[in-house]
Design a protein around this ligand. Sequence first.
Ligand code: ADP
Length: 161
Amino acid sequence: MTKIAVVPGSFDPITFGHLDIISRGASVFDEIHVVVLNNSTKKSLFTLEERMALISQVTSTLPNVKVDTFSGLLVEYAKSVNAHAIIRGLRAVSDFEYEMQITSMNRVLDKSIETFFIMTNNQYSFLSSSIVKEVAKYGGDISELVPKQVEDALKLKFDKS
Ligand code: ADP
């Protein structure tokens, strides 16, 4: 049986922290679906298409990683692609409460889908898309935080505004 896992998130934009979780997941599972959730309550800097294109570019060296989007319940998406696992990253204790809530809810919705947590690499424990956007907005160096394609895309966004 092919072991398929879903890595959901906003990825606005993808950072080295996300990439670390995705590539570590890809070394354990046969297939990874990175899913950009179309969550209308969150205002994003990048469009859905832009976020997906950036993820595709920076994961192009990982042959078992696919990029997709979905609006609705994550467990429904997981079922539709035959995935029985959800992978989430954990950075700090502050992530824990929210993740526990979501994981418990997902288990109520579908107990055949298991959630796995991957601890962040120490060097990325402070890293989030929001921090990257804040630094990029004021022209700070983000080359250690995001891949080059993302750095260029952020520059373009903020040069325009
Ligand atoms: P969400 O809005 O669902 O939290 P994000 O794009 O912020 O979406 O994050 C997607 C996933 O990536 C989450 O599981 C999050 O914990 C994880 N993640 C984000 N940044 C890092 C990081 N620096 N290290 C490890 N995991 C991370």
